[in-house]
Design a protein around this ligand. Structure first.
Ligand code: HEM
Ligand code: HEM
Length: 317
């Protein structure tokens, strides 16, 4: 029997939805309906801007990893091979720096786009962690250990996706700050003790390894192996995945109780010019800092290159 206090519990809601679907099926006598109708639908998940942001992150992160890790392990067979394949250490550094600029530009864009969503559109802050996420995490673990019959119903971003998002934010801040020190060691040591340079190198290299491994094990597992989720490329997610990973949001959609954005033209008119100026100023600051000096630290010793020197001096005309 379901008590009234049980009514809001995720497992009870989940069971109730499945029971409703079964009842509908029995009533209509249609076999197909035995599957909750939601699982056959596709739902909007990411708009074009979000997909573009993910593409910029994916490209810059991959290029930074491919050009950064061989610099961290230059004596390994694969490090040597990769550096050679990319045209040597100098070319590798140029590519690393260019991808870093793309990552910084994408991060600035993300900040401004977030401001637009939250302030102009008054969209709910779906990535903010809350107490409910702790409950969902505990419920998921109990389910995984067989202590619960059904997994919890979760919102637009579940606790795992929130952890991942905030890990990317925190990782990017560390990489940009330490990368900046490695790029401008002379400027930095004018104001900060010299130990900041080797410390930044250790942090930059260590965080790079952590980030690459966690994307491969955590993110790829979640979006590729656990399910083949293409929503970040197509913008739409299957009903099956909605049921499994965002069941609470699915219920809100079906009950029409999901919080809707409330955009305002007045706020837009104020925000867009200010954000454009702030964005351009931030880009100009980045340009200034990144071109301030030409002395980034040497991760791999410069190569000795054979050059032609005539044995006898050329005659003076
Ligand atoms: C997720 C992104 C990034 C990854 C995975 C990454 C990875 C790496 C790695 C592994 C190294 C070698 C460190 C060592 O030898 O211990 C390195 C060096 C370096 N990185 Fe990054 N990095 C990233 C982002 C950035 C950013 C945003 C900047 C600039 C703001 C940057 C600037 C540098 C610089 C200046 C060096 C020194 C070598 C050089 O001049 O190219 N990196 N990076
Ligand atoms: C081949 C590479 C990648 C694929 C196939 C991929 C795929 C996906 C998919 C399908 C989602 C949507 C998951 C959902 O329904 O919410 C997603 C979200 C996300 N991705 Fe990726 N991704 C890749 C690389 C990356 C990289 C390199 C990063 C960051 C360094 C990244 C960061 C994120 C973040 C922060 C989210 C939002 C949080 C989440 O939903 O997990 N992705 N990705």
């Amino acid at each position: 029997m379901t008590s009234s206090s049980d009514a809001g519990r995720p497992d009870v809601q989940n069971a109730k939805r499945q029971a409703d679907a079964a009842k509908r099926a029995a009533k209509k006598g249609i076999e197909e309906e035995a599957e909750p109708h939601a699982t056959r639908k596709r739902y909007h998940r990411f708009d074009r801007i979000q997909r573009l942001e993910h593409a910029a992150l994916l490209i810059s992160f991959t290029v930074l990893s491919v050009t950064g890790l061989p610099q961290k392990y230059p004596d390994s067979w694969w490090g040597k091979g990769m550096l050679a394949a990319m045209g040597g250490i100098e070319m590798t550094r140029v590519i690393h720096h260019s991808a870093a600029v793309l990552l910084i530009a994408a991060s600035i864009f993300h900040l401004l786009a977030l401001g637009y969503r939250l302030w102009v559109q008054r969209a709910p802050a779906t990535m903010m962690p809350g107490w409910r996420d702790v409950q969902d995490a505990i419920a998921t673990l109990s389910y995984d250990f067989g202590k619960r019959k059904l997994p919890p119903l979760m919102g637009h971003y579940n606790f795992g996706e929130k952890i991942e998002y905030w890990a990317v934010i925190w990782g990017t801040v560390i990489m940009v700050l330490t990368g900046f020190v490695l790029w401008n060691p002379i400027l930095v040591t004018k104001y900060l003790p010299g130990q900041f340079v080797p410390a930044s190198k250790a942090a930059h290299g260590g965080e790079a390894l952590l980030a690459v491994l966690s994307i491969i094990t955590w993110h790829f597992y979640n979006v590729h192996l656990k399910h083949f989720n293409r929503s970040i490329f197509t913008g739409r997610i299957s009903g099956e995945l909605m049921e499994e990973e965002h069941g609470r949001e699915l219920e809100e959609i079906e009950d029409n109780t999901r919080k809707q954005p409330n955009p305002s033209t007045r706020r837009r008119t104020i925000y867009v010019p200010i954000a454009t100026v702030v964005g351009l100023l931030m880009l100009a600051t980045v340009y200034f800092f990144l071109t301030y000096e030409d002395t980034a630290i040497t991760t791999v010793p410069r190569q000795d290159v054979e050059i032609y020197v005539p044995a006898e001096a050329t005659e003076t005309p």
